[in-house]
Design a protein around this ligand. Structure first.
Ligand code: 3PY
Ligand code: MG
Length: 267
């Protein structure tokens, strides 16, 4: 095992590869980063993660750090996904314009929420995204606007978070919204809302049946089932259950575990 942050040549960045892989039935394991410093996101992108999520909802990322973070992650050859704050669909469009390969929108509870999100994520005829992907095209090495226009709707991912009872009630209808590419379970909020505020526990059996239902409903429609995976055993179990996109851990844990591993190895 090497303990140096060895930096080899980064593979070429393909902004649309993640969507292509997931739509073809492939899997991806994604990092979850709340630290706003782009160099942290870049270091994580240089590990074996398939993509890096920059979290603007509960993480510390802001507009400038997301713009720089996407660039830093792309420099390591990896795609970025941005989780926007609740209801901030204008930021979803901006994240795509900055070069993100996907956006996770929290608290999508109704068809109207899902429709609004898809409208900001997709160009006509699927949605109403406004034109202006100058930075995204630069990062992707695309200099032909028509090519970007033709590739962007299928090449970027609109992932609607399912994390309330209301969202579960509307699950199939949300999945059926054109322009929604998949659903992303937030297990903490799901446990919080299903228990009526009694507890928050990502692993609680109260979410077991909904979790299975989400996989089945997404798969039946050829859409992507995704989930916040957390600990390695849980993330592996979720992948085995049929989730194609699973997050693993969060950045403070990556740092602490790295420190503990190195100190233990030294003895
Ligand atoms: C949740 O578990 O509620 C999430 O949003 C994951 O960050
Ligand atoms: Mg949540």
């Amino acid at each position: 095992m090497s303990y140096t942050a060895a930096i080899g040549a980064a593979p070429a960045f393909d902004a649309f590869a993640l969507a292509t892989r997931l739509r073809a039935g492939g899997h991806a394991t994604i990092a979850w980063v709340g630290n706003p410093e782009p160099l942290v996101a870049e270091a994580i992108a240089r590990s074996a993660f398939d993509a890096v999520t920059l979290d603007m909802q509960h993480g510390l990322a802001d507009t400038a750090s997301v713009m720089r973070g996407i660039t830093a992650v792309a420099g390591a050859g990896k795609p970025s996904i941005v989780r926007v704050p609740v209801g901030d669909f204008a930021m979803a469009s901006r994240a795509l314009d900055f070069g993100a390969s996907g956006v996770i929108a929290p608290m999508i509870n109704t068809v109207a929420d899902a429709r609004a999100f898809a409208d900001f994520m997709k160009y006509p005829p699927l949605g109403r995204r406004s034109w202006g992907p100058t930075r995204a095209m630069t990062l992707a090495g695309v200099d032909d606007a028509q090519h970007y226009l033709k590739s962007a709707n299928a090449g970027t991912l609109a992932l609607a978070m399912i994390e309330t009872r209301e969202a579960l009630d509307n699950l199939e209808a949300i999945l059926d919204v054109e322009g929604i590419d998949g659903v992303f379970i937030g297990p903490s909020d799901l446990s919080l809302t299903l228990s009526g505020g009694a507890f928050v526990d990502q692993h609680h059996p109260i979410i077991d049946e909904p979790v299975r239902r989400v996989v089945a409903a997404a798969s039946a429609r050829g859409k992507i089932a995704a989930i916040f995976g957390g600990a390695p055993e849980r993330a592996r179990a979720m992948r085995d259950l049929g989730f194609r996109l699973v997050s693993l851990g969060i950045d403070p844990a990556y740092t602490t575990l790295g420190c503990d591993t190195m100190l233990k190895a030294m003895g």
